[in-house]
Design a protein around this ligand. Structure first.
Ligand code: COA
Length: 703
């Protein structure tokens, strides 16, 4: 086995290389290797300087996340980084790719840093619910100004090399091979008589402003990172850098780090890190299946959704043919796309020539025949089965052999849509979320006859257009929307029982949802859900109170934000959501008419009813094989439905509450609420009563 760390001599400069594929994450063998090599170099006469670089595509991309579960085996980070920092000869980091987390911390323990122009330095620990634990909070503000250090660590956004140089983090930025450049730089240092420049001996930069800065950041975090503990811990650690000597500051960082590693917040975020990588692996699909090439995409429907999907494709250089039945729709669609890009240009995130290039990549057409050379055609028309079937009939006639036919349906039976074509093996669901050019999630729905390489192609497309693709099987609403149904049902039911829309949404938002469900209905259009339910009326409970509040709003024409009112009013230029006393009174009236006793459920009950109903549906999806893994459901909800990442997704959250607790509550609701809606999923019951969890069940399934 090759060593994770080795060195060679280039004259009197030692070049130490870390080689720990795929991303040089630091594990025990990297730490042990660094310790061994730096000890050896200390005793090696004639070594005038040391360069520390990495093999492969990147500098160290972080601590090995797996070690957070198993514990850090010695040697520890502090010991190793101190050895590097204590080197009697100058140590120069040679950074390429992404120096993240422990990568940046190692670079900070070196005395100088040379960066490739494409390199980036970042501290993304908060995205894992932890703080830098290898001295990053103490060393970074001794190299860059305190405000820059706070921003880097709080946002997790990596600094590109040029910005890193401006901030003092990179001493030199080069366009050529970085290790060779760092060797040359080291030689120059030695020739100039420069010795080691130990970070821990430097004063904190910008400490005069510290009190105001910390107060402002604490207030900001309380506002924007609700319910989270790691951001506040991070500020405390940086405060220690200002207020305490280095070693004591390090002690504060260590204590906070180990508390955070054990906390649910970090476990949840680490769970998602793995879950988001796991979704790409589909059990039962041979690893050697190659995706079909996608050189041109056709899109049917130039509305908001079709336009958004077109933008996703041209953003990564895939040309699009955009077809619609009416010229005015095409014109409006193209104008909207241009307007969206113009906004990016005015914000400075897109160059004007890029805008023109992207528009040029879209060919609008009224003719289905224009789709004949597309490798993938995505239908994005109104959610109506008859219309979609008609379109798939037409696509079958024009599409070339082997072309993939995707439908952007969010609820409909894809087997039925595929059934109208002579090529059901090429048909797949591609459920984008609105606005498609912004939202992260792509639900990939494998219908009964969808060929494996079509699924693989869809996953590859998701990767190319930088979305998180999650595979589901066919059922009403697939994973996301099917679980929304019971969640919304309970929210509406709570309104009928006397909670105001603001109380329901407030309880959900306080818990951590990005937006309460009733406000979501207003944003999406109250008519959307209402009309979908109307189409499925024969399949739904014959309960006059079922989703009644939304129906009442629909009947009044209060369709949500687009109408200026729905569950709330949206007045003034800002269209800020405000409670609507008329709606509240109207819904009270409706409750009276339906004979629903007024009991006004409190925040905790609202949260439990909405979330446990959602979780129970998730358990059904797992039993039915609609979702492949519990963690896939978590990815769907955090990437597409505003579920708080720090709670890990609905199924992980249920595990943290304890399935027995969830089950008992559902049984209690069966007695106190409408029993037809409170039937525990058999899988939930089984796991709860045997003391198991969704996580454990998933592990057993994959064996
Ligand atoms: N620890 C352990 N494994 C890691 C890792 C880490 N810090 N970072 C990446 N990996 C693994 C991934 O799990 C993946 O494994 P898999 O192929 O078995 O699924 C593999 O490395 C490649 O990572 P991936 O994210 O798929 O590659 P990418 O090229 O898209 O992105 C990075 C590379 C480094 C930008 C990205 O992986 C990343 O952001 N990693 C986390 C960095 C981080 O948070 N570091 C701080 C930790 S304290």
């Amino acid at each position: 086995m090759s060593e994770a760390v080795s060195y060679s001599m280039t004259g009197d400069v030692a070049v130490v290389m870390i080689d720990s594929p795929p991303v040089n994450a630091v594990n025990q063998s990297v730490r042990a290797g660094l310790k061994r090599v730096f000890a050896e170099l200390r005793g090696l006469p004639g070594t005038r300087a040391i360069v520390l670089g990495c093999a492969g595509k990147t500098f160290v991309a972080g601590a090995d996340i797996k070690e957070f579960d198993t514990g850090i085996a010695p040697p520890g980070y502090h010991e190793v980084l101190r050895m590097i920092e204590d080197s009697p000869v100058p140590v120069v980091a040679a950074v390429h790719g992404t120096a993240l987390g422990a990568g940046t911390e190692i670079a900070l323990a070196c005395h100088y840093r040379v960066a490739h122009e494409g390199a980036r330095f970042g501290l993304p620990e908060l995205s894992l619910g932890i703080i830098p634990g290898a001295g990053g909070t103490q060393r970074l503000p001794r190299i860059v100004p305190l405000d820059v250090a706070l921003d880097m660590a709080l946002t997790g956004k990596p600094l590109p090399a040029a910005k890193a140089a401006e901030a003092g983090l990179a001493d030199l930025v080069v366009g050529n091979e970085v290790v060779a450049a760092a060797v040359a730089y080291a030689r120059k240092l030695v020739a100039g008589g420069a010795g080691p420049r130990r970070t821990r001996e430097q004063p904190v930069k910008g400490a005069e402003q510290a009190a105001e800065l910390f107060a402002a950041k604490r207030a900001q975090v309380a506002r924007t990172m609700r319910n989270r503990q790691s951001p506040l811990a991070l500020i405390t650690a940086l405060q220690a850098a200002v207020e305490k000597p280095f070693d004591q500051g390090l002690q504060v960082e260590s204590e906070l780090s180990s508390q955070l590693e054990q906390a649910t917040e970090s476990k949840a975020l680490r769970h998602l890190f793995y879950a988001e990588r796991e979704v790409r692996k589909i059990p039962g699909l041979a690893p050697d299946i190659t995706p079909r090439p996608i050189a041109r995409v056709g899109i049917v429907g130039a509305g908001t959704m079709g336009g958004g999907i077109a933008m996703c494709c041209v953003n990564v250089g895939i040309p699009v043919t955009l077809v619609d039945a009416a010229q005015q729709n095409l014109d409006r669609g193209m104008a909207t796309i241009r307007k969206n890009y113009e906004r990016s240009v005015s914000r400075g995130s897109l160059k004007p020539e890029q805008l023109e290039e992207r528009i040029r990549l879209i060919t609008p057409s009224l003719d289905f025949a224009a789709l004949a050379d597309a490798d993938l055609i995505i239908e994005a028309v109104f959610e109506n089965l008859a219309l979609k079937k008609e379109i798939f009939g037409k696509l079958d006639a024009v599409a070339k052999p082997g072309a993939i036919l995707g439908t952007n349906t969010s609820t409909l039976d894809i087997d039925e849509i595929a059934g109208v074509t002579r090529r059901p093996q090429d048909v797949i669901g591609l459920h984008f979320f609105s606005p498609a050019n912004v939202m992260q999630l792509l639900e990939i729905v494998q219908a009964g006859k969808t060929a494996p390489d079509v699924v693989v192609t869809a996953l590859e497309l998701a990767r190319r257009i930088r979305k998180t693709g999650v595979v589901a099987k066919v059922c009403y609403g697939f994973i996301g929307n099917r679980m929304m149904d019971p969640y919304g049902r309970e929210a509406e039911r709570c309104v009928l029982e006397g909670a105001t829309p603001a109380e329901v949404d407030g309880a959900l938002e306080q818990w951590g949802m990005a937006m309460g469900i009733l406000a979501v209905y207003d944003m999406a259009g109250v008519d959307v859900g209402y009309l979908t339910r109307l189409e499925r009326k024969h399949l739904l409970p014959q309960d006059p109170s079922f989703y009644r509040p939304t129906a009442v709003l629909y009947e009044h024409g209060w369709l949500g934000q687009k109408a200026g009112r729905g569950y709330y009013r949206y007045d003034g230029a800002e269209r800020k959501r405000t409670p609507d006393p008329e709606v509240i009174a109207l819904l009270r009236e409706e409750a009276k008419r339906l004979d629903i006793p007024q009991r006004n459920p409190g925040a905790q009950e609202i949260q439990e009813r909405c979330l446990y109903a959602m979780i129970n549906e998730g358990a059904l999806l797992l039993e039915e094989g609609i979702a492949l893994r519990a963690s896939d459901i978590d990815v769907v909800y955090t990437a597409g439905y505003g579920f708080p990442r720090y709670r890990g997704g609905p199924m992980f959250y249920a595990d943290t509450v304890g399935l027995k607790v969830v089950y008992d509550k559902i049984m209690e609701f069966q007695k106190t609420l409408d029993p037809q809606y409170w039937q525990p999923a058999p899988l939930l019951k089984k796991l709860a009563l045997s003391g198991s969890s969704f996580g454990q069940w998933q592990t057993e399934q994959s064996r």
